[in-house]
Design a protein around this ligand. Sequence first.
Ligand SMILES: CCCCCCCCC/C=C/C(=O)SCCNC(=O)CCNC(=O)[C@H](O)C(C)(C)COP(=O)(O)OP(=O)(O)OC[C@H]1O[C@@H](n2cnc3c(N)ncnc32)[C@H](O)[C@@H]1OP(=O)(O)O
Ligand SMILES: Cc1cc2nc3c(=O)[nH]c(=O)nc-3n(C[C@H](O)[C@H](O)[C@H](O)COP(=O)(O)OP(=O)(O)OC[C@H]3O[C@@H](n4cnc5c(N)ncnc54)[C@H](O)[C@@H]3O)c2cc1C
Length: 627
Amino acid sequence: MDEQKVLSIKGLLDDTPEEYLSHKEKYENSIRKSVLFYKTLHSTEDENMSVDEKTKLNFRNIVTSAIFKDNSPFMLHNSMFIPTIMGQGTDEQREYWMKRAKNMEIIGTYAQTELGHGTFIRGLETQATYDPDTEEFVLHSPVLSSYKWWPGGLAHTANYCIVMARLYIKGKSHGIHPFMVQIRDEETHMPLPGIKLGEIGAKLGFNTVNNGFLGFENHRISRDRMLMKNAQVLKDGTFVAGSNSKLTYGTMVYVRVLIVSNMANMLAKAVTIALRYSAIRRQSQPKPDEPEPQILDYVTQQHKLFIAIASSHAFYMNAMWLWEIYYSVSLQLASGKLDNLPELHALACCLKPLSTIDATAMIEKCRLACGGHGYMLSANLAQTYGLATAAYTYEGENTVLLLQAARSLVKAWVGHVKGRPLKGTMAYLAGDSTVKAWDGSIDGIIQSFKVVAIRKISSVVKILQDYEKSGLSPEDAWNKASVFLTAASEAHGRAVLLSVYKSEMDKRAAVLSPPLRKVLLQLVDLYVTYWALEKVGDMLLYASITDKDVDELQRRYIELLAAIRPNAVGLVDAFDFRDEILNSTLGAYDGRAYERLMEEAMKSPLNAEPVNQTFHKYLKPFMRGKL
Ligand SMILES: CCCCCCCCC/C=C/C(=O)SCCNC(=O)CCNC(=O)[C@H](O)C(C)(C)COP(=O)(O)OP(=O)(O)OC[C@H]1O[C@@H](n2cnc3c(N)ncnc32)[C@H](O)[C@@H]1OP(=O)(O)O
Ligand SMILES: Cc1cc2nc3c(=O)[nH]c(=O)nc-3n(C[C@H](O)[C@H](O)[C@H](O)COP(=O)(O)OP(=O)(O)OC[C@H]3O[C@@H](n4cnc5c(N)ncnc54)[C@H](O)[C@@H]3O)c2cc1C
């Protein structure tokens, strides 16, 4: 990266650590850094790029911005505002709005969630009522619960937003559709008439994303502001429905795919910090006549951390694989072919939850593996956890998405039993679900995970059918069985994660140098063995593993940890995060953790003076019995 760009990254550094800034200063500082980031690191497309190149550039920009500035007030502009224009706008609307959005002439966000509804999109209450006399939509928030609540950048940053609102024409509801709405004056940045804007307040994390609220008081927009690729409203108010009402949900599928890659990146950052720290931290004296060992030499420490390296690789491989599927389905949708959309939706509904569940848990484990210093904000592990755990909820709360995936799995299984062919990533459900003898090879274990998924899906379908036979409605049967429906989805997702990681690594292994191939395949082996041990109950129940096999698996796992240990630091160095990006006292490349901890401590405002003014004001009188 050229020096100019490096200098600009240094500008991303905070002279005063963010934790000592006020809520307002944090936001203002983040705007400063986001502008700096965009001016230097954001790659802009040129006009003669193909759609293919433009789409992939946008994907790269989002991933880069996530690496460099994952809690920027501009986050939604790139990750949802632009993709919605691309996915939901007509050619003419795309032409006009993409230019303005790409050049950052306008800054947008995506306003769907309301105070009263986040998961249940069909329950959204913001109204867009068509007025054929003026050829306008009247946007209105009828009740408090209909206020848009959460959109990133909405509070003080964006001047435009995509509003997902319920379309009414002549009193009839036509469902939820996307509307391009200017919310602030482009010159003064004041909220436009009939628009109430504000910030929703401090959060567990993401405190510089500027999440806001938005209420409408009969605010009018012209007809051409409804994004009309998938459904149209003609001048006279005729509604023309799209081929599939779920096409308006397209941006969410796109972001779910993005999130899988973002989890790979977040986990890579956290394990780089924790592992580098574990290499310099020495503690305890197991052997009296020897120096204190690196904590990285404790096998329990390796158990905490090495799986995070492998998981980051697994999420990355799955994300790239899923992105290719998303991209090909998007091209099919463009030509009106919808039949692969359900599978893409189900895949995203599995991989987004599993990658966020695993990454969140493993980032927390990285923090805990650093002992007391992991608890310092200057370690940047708590903040990384805060960012990752948000993804459990946003873009489709994980339980809800796993239930969505279960919907597809149940349909596929019932169809299979009736003789309908299974396809794509569900084809394995038609496979043999009896395991004669445990096969401890990597492929054998992955096959066992597929058997577990088949058995869990078939057994939860049986529960559903028994409930319905007993007279329960399908909805009540579904709710009663929902714990095991999510378990079936998780099993399917686990089987996909494992098999895709293995197959994608096999594809790449051929071109790797033998030493690199050996190390990367050790990580695949570790990942598969780790999960077989984590899910040993399922293996015992469905995959004929014996206690002897488990004993062998445990020994193999221990040997794998030992084999990976010599390359562990090299493996996280290979993630190649600059210190400015890790932004961690514990994870810097030079390993000077103690010096950095002290340097950061001295930046605390409290250390500006040896005696704080409260001594004379409160403590001394108190201790002298005078308060
Ligand atoms: C790098 C930086 C990081 C990226 C950084 C990103 C920062 C992000 C900041 C956060 C932004 C947000 O959160 S934006 C807001 C995100 N909100 C959400 O994701 C809301 C989640 N809720 C939903 O998606 C929906 O409500 C859902 C749960 C799917 C239910 O929808 P419905 O009720 O309309 O549909 P259902 O009745 O359940 O199902 C009807 C049928 O529709 C199908 N269906 C449902 N959704 C579908 C879909 N998306 N695509 C295709 N098909 C779909 C189902 O499979 C069913 O098919 P059949 O079974 O065949 O009938
Ligand atoms: C950091 C962050 C950033 C966000 N950014 C944006 C943004 O930019 N734009 C935007 O529009 N939104 C944004 N959101 C909102 C986000 O999309 C919603 O929070 C999310 O969709 C979940 O909806 P909810 O909050 O209403 O939770 P709920 O749906 O109320 O979930 C609460 C509980 O109810 C359960 N539940 C709900 N429905 C069901 C069901 N059918 N079956 C079983 N259990 C159910 C859930 O599993 C969960 O345990 C953001 C949220 C966060 C945390």
